[in-house]
Design a protein around this ligand. Structure first.
Ligand SMILES: [Zn+2]
Ligand SMILES: [Zn+2]
Length: 557
C-alpha cells in the first residue's frame, strides 16, 4: 500500500477539484486544496507520526485529520471514492488538460453536456465553446491545442492526425537509406481509421536502424529476431519488420492485411509467407487470382470474389462531385454561404448542399422557421448569381427524443433534402436509439441519415444500434446512409458498408464541413469507403448536378 505524503496529498487535491466541479461550497473545497499543499511540504512522512501529532499540524484540523487517518489505514479516501463514482471518467480526465480548471470543466460537463476529451475537441472545432460564459476564441484555441497534444500522447491516433508525420518519416527513411527497401505496411497501408503503430517492412540492417533512431532521440520499446519498435518524442510507435531482399514482397503482403484475410489466404494457397517474388502483383499472378488492393484485404470472402473476376474499381477522391452536409455561419459554421459556394466552385465541385442545424440545436444557433425562410430567399438570390453552380437548400434536422423531426411537415417540405441526425440525449439503450432512428428513417421527409451512431473515435462510443435493421429500413424507405467523413466520426462504420451495398443502398460521403478547410475531410471518408469496395455509382456525393436533381425529383414524388 502506498501511503506516502505525495499519495495522500494527491487524493486531497483531486477531492478538492472534484468538489469544485460539482459546485460544492468553495470554503470547504479550498480547505482540502490547502491540506494537499501542506501535506506535500511536510518534512516527515505522515505514516510515521502518532495520531495526536497529525491533528496538531497547522492547516490540518479535526475533519482533515480524520480523513488522513482513513487513508493511512485503508490506503484510500472514501469521500473521494464517492465523488469519483458520480463523475464520468472523461470529465475527471479533463483535469489533465492545462488551462481547464474545475470551474470551466463544470461548464463543459453540466452546460455543454460534454463528457469526454474527444467530444470537447470536436466541440472546439464546431465553435461551440464560444457560446458559453468564460470561453472566448483564444481560450477555445488553447483548449483545442492542449487536448490535441494530450491525445497524441496517449498512444492511439486518428489516421488523419498522424498522416503528415507518417509521410515525412517515410520520406526521410527512403532518402537516408536509399540503398534499402522501405515500404509502409500494417494499419496505415490498410487505411484503417485508427493507427496504433506505424509499420514498415525493410531490408535495412537492425544495427543501422538503431544508430539512426537513437541519434534522433528515439528509444527502443521492443525488439525480437525479426522486428524492432522505436518510440520518439511524438509518442508514436514505429515498428520495423526486417526482411531479406528475396522475401521482401512476401513480408510486405503478409503484413498488409487483417489476420482473418492472412489466415484464409495462407490456407487457400498453402503459403508460409516466405515466398520469393519481385512485386505484390506477382504474388497474385502466380496464384492465378485478381489483384486485391491492401485496403480491401480485410474479410476472407474477398479472396473468393477475386478468384471469380477482377474487383470493381473503388471510389477515388476525384470521384466526389459535390459537398453534401455543410454548415455556414447561419448556424455553427465559420464561413458565409457565399464563401462556401465559391470555395466549391474553385475546387471544381458542381453543387453545395447547405445543411445548417435545426432549431432544437440551440447550442449551435439552429435555425427557426423565420430564419429558414430568410436563408431560402438568400440561397435563391445566390443561385441566380452563381449559376450554373447550384446551392441546394437543406437542413441537418435533429431527430428529437421521440424520433420526430424538428419541424412541421410544411416546413420540412420546403427543403430540397433533409439530413436527419441525433445530437441530443446520446446516452440511450439500444431500444431507445432504435426507436428514434427507425421513426426518423420512416419519416417521408428524410433523405439522408446523418452520422448513424454518433460515435467520436477514440473518445466516445456510439449509442448502440442494430446496424442490420437500420440498413434494412433505409433500403425499404429509400433513405441514403451518410458516411460522415470527419476523421473522428467516419460513421457509418465501413465494416457495415458491404451489407448496405448488398441491400442496394446509396451511401453519401459527406464532410460535415464547418469551415471551407473542412472540405478536405472528404479524403478520409473516401479512404475508409474504399475498404468496403464502394464504387462512385453508389455514392450520392459522386452524382453530378443533373443526376442529383433527378434523384431529388424522384424522392419528392
Ligand atoms: Zn451532426
Ligand atoms: Zn453536421
Amino acid at each position: 500500500m502506498i501511503t506516502d505524503n505525495y499519495h495522500i496529498a494527491d487524493q486531497f487535491s483531486l477531492l478538492s477539484k472534484l468538489m469544485d466541479i460539482h459546485g460544492e461550497n468553495s470554503f470547504k473545497t479550498k480547505s482540502y486544496s490547502i491540506a494537499a499543499f501542506t501535506i506535500e511540504k511536510l518534512p516527515e512522512q505522515l505514516s510515521t507520526l502518532p495520531e495526536d501529532k497529525i491533528f496538531a499540524i497547522k492547516g490540518i484540523g479535526n475533519t482533515i485529520g480524520k480523513k488522513i487517518m482513513e487513508v493511512l489505514e485503508s490506503g484510500e479516501l472514501p469521500v473521494l471514492k464517492e465523488y469519483i463514482a458520480k463523475t464520468p471518467p472523461g470529465v475527471i480526465e479533463m483535469l489533465n488538460i492545462k488551462g481547464l480548471g474545475p470551474k470551466k470543466i463544470a461548464t463543459v460537463w453540466k452546460e455543454m453536456e460534454i463528457e469526454s476529451i474527444g467530444e470537447l475537441v470536436y466541440a472546439c472545432n464546431e465553435n461551440r465553446l464560444l457560446l458559453y460564459k468564460g470561453f472566448g476564441e483564444k481560450t477555445q484555441n488553447n483548449i483545442r491545442e492542449t487536448i490535441e497534444f494530450y491525445l497524441r500522447s496517449q498512444g492511439s491516433h486518428l489516421y488523419a492526425e498522424i498522416e503528415s508525420y507518417a509521410l515525412s518519416v517515410d520520406k526521410k527513411l527512403k532518402e537516408y537509406f536509399s540503398g534499402n527497401k522501405f515500404e509502409l505496411a500494417g494499419e496505415w497501408r490498410r487505411q484503417l481509421e485508427i493507427i496504433n503503430q506505424l509499420e514498415w517492412v525493410t531490408t535495412a540492417d537492425v544495427a543501422v536502424l538503431k544508430t539512426f533512431f537513437e541519434k534522433n532521440n528515439f528509444t527502443i520499446s521492443a525488439q525480437d529476431s525479426g522486428k524492432i519498435i522505436f518510440k520518439g518524442p511524438e509518442n508514436i510507435s514505429l515498428c520495423f519488420l526486417i526482411s531479406d531482399d528475396a522475401s521482401f514482397y512476401s513480408k510486405l503482403f503478409q503484413s498488409s492485411c487483417s489476420d482473418e484475410f492472412r489466415e484464409a489466404w495462407n490456407k487457400t494457397f498453402n503459403e508460409d509467407g516466405d515466398g520469393t517474388y519481385t512485386s505484390e502483383e506477382e504474388i497474385f499472378l502466380r496464384k492465378k487470382i485478381h489483384f486485391i488492393a491492401p485496403c480491401l484485404r480485410e474479410k476472407a470472402s474477398i479472396i473468393e470474389k477475386a478468384k471469380n473476376g477482377a474487383l470493381p474499381a473503388v471510389i477515388q477522391p476525384g470521384d466526389i462531385k459535390a459537398i453534401i452536409h455543410s454548415h455556414s455561419n447561419w448556424s455553427d459554421g465559420s464561413n458565409t454561404i457565399e464563401e462556401m459556394a465559391r470555395a466549391c466552385i474553385e475546387k471544381g465541385y458542381e453543387y453545395l448542399v447547405i445543411s445548417d442545424h435545426s432549431k432544437s440545436a440551440f447550442y449551435a444557433n439552429g435555425l427557426n422557421e423565420e430564419r429558414i425562410r430568410e436563408q431560402h430567399r438568400y440561397v435563391d438570390e445566390l443561385n441566380q448569381r452563381l449559376s450554373p453552380f447550384k446551392i441546394f437548400k437543406s437542413i441537418e434536422c435533429d431527430i428529437l427524443n421521440d424520433g420526430n423531426l424538428d419541424y412541421s411537415d410544411n416546413i420540412l417540405s420546403t427543403f430540397d433534402l433533409v439530413i436527419a441526425s441525433v445530437h441530443s440525449n446520446l446516452k440511450m439503450n439500444e431500444e431507445k436509439a432504435m426507436m428514434r432512428l427507425m421513426r426518423a428513417i420512416e419519416n417521408p421527409h428524410t433523405t439522408i441519415l446523418g452520422h448513424m451512431t454518433g460515435r467520436l473515435l477514440l473518445s466516445r462510443p456510439g449509442y448502440p444500434v442494430n446496424h442490420k435493421k437500420i440498413i434494412d429500413a433505409c433500403a425499404a424507405n429509400k433513405v441514403v446512409i451518410e458516411l460522415n467523413a470527419h476523421p473522428r466520426r467516419l460513421d457509418i462504420d465501413w465494416r457495415w458498408l458491404d451489407y448496405a451495398l448488398e441491400k442496394g443502398i446509396l451511401i453519401s460521403i459527406d464532410p460535415d464541413a464547418h469551415t471551407i478547410d473542412g472540405y478536405h475531410d472528404i479524403t478520409y471518408g473516401v479512404l475508409v469507403a474504399q475498404k468496403s469496395g464502394l464504387t462512385p455509382e453508389k455514392n450520392l456525393s459522386s452524382f453530378n448536378l443533373k443526376q442529383m436533381e433527378a434523384f431529388l425529383a424522384e424522392k419528392k414524388k
